[in-house]
Design a protein. Sequence first.
Length: 404
Amino acid sequence: MNIGIRARLSLMMFLQYFVWGAWWVPFGTYLMHAGLGSWIGTMFSAQGLAAILSPLFVGVIADRYFSAQKVVAVLHLAGGAALLALSYAGAEPGLVFALTLGALLAYMPTLPLTNAIAFAAMTDTERQFPAVRVLGTIGWIIAGLLVGWLGAEQSALPLRIAAGVSALYAAYAFTLPATPPAAPAGASIGVAGLLGLDAVRGGDRSFWTLIVCSLLLMVPLSFYYAYANPFLVAVGVTAAAGVQTIGQVSEVGFLLLLPLFLRWFGMKTVLMIGMLAWTARYCLFAFGFDTSGPNMPMLLIALALHGVCFDFFLVAGQIWVDKRFPAETRGRAQSFLALVTWGIGSIIGSLLANAVYVAHGSASADAPAVDWHGFWLVPSALAAVVAIAFAFSFRDRAASRADV
């Protein structure tokens, strides 16, 4: 892969994740100040619905009939239009949810498609892909810093920024390396195959333990995605969206450290560390402020734990699944894991987080009476329970086969 191709793919990843980071991080705060505080979790559950439908779209349409770069272009054009409409939708819950779902239905399929474009253009994916993919994380960080610098969390401006960049990205996508459909147009595969259900029927106890715990851990994770930014804004953190990018910086660092931790401590211990990090993080959120304002050291540590929380459980889990299944079913097993976590788990978690938020205070536009202390203790306790259950039920029988 030459330098020119690498640069084009890196820009693709930067734009791909800039779009998402620009509006998704401050979206909860925007909803709260639009008078939709009691609907935040419900709106975020749209991501789960989109994640479930995404592999169906990619498998049935994108993989069989159209070049990946053209599909990305059309979807980002549609997604940009949905985001622009969303920025003018006002406070009608049904309309806001429909447009949020529309934007995510357009966006989520582009995640695997951009990976497919990158993989097809590379000569050594294991060596070349991480250096290209990291530009996506940088794009997310830059988007957060921009929104924080503009002080725009409470406004529709992040939606409009994301819409504009999405439109520019759509035009750029047509210039990306040609990536023809991956599967023959006449090839047939059922819904079970697209979702990975056929690949996991023979999974053992450890596999299903990981699946169930991953599903349950997405519940506390959903609390973070939907309510971290509204919480930080409410307790007085300046430029909250920018401050939150500490989490992505941490994610990059701990991703690089993950192979060392797997080698030193083994898969089960690493997974346990990831689970317990969620408990610690939410405790820091719960006690990281008082009537005088935010306790910034505690909140910064909580945000910096994102790398441990995310990489040491979700990414490590993907690695375990990858080494547990043979090559011919590995991809479908990963699809099933994604379905359970980002699909079903995200929906359940977002809706539960919404209910807990409503139960802990006011749902008015400025939400002055929210009991954030009690709110964050709920996902902290949930993560601790999942970790205990995992400790007693998971057996890493695949460890001897895994070169980690």
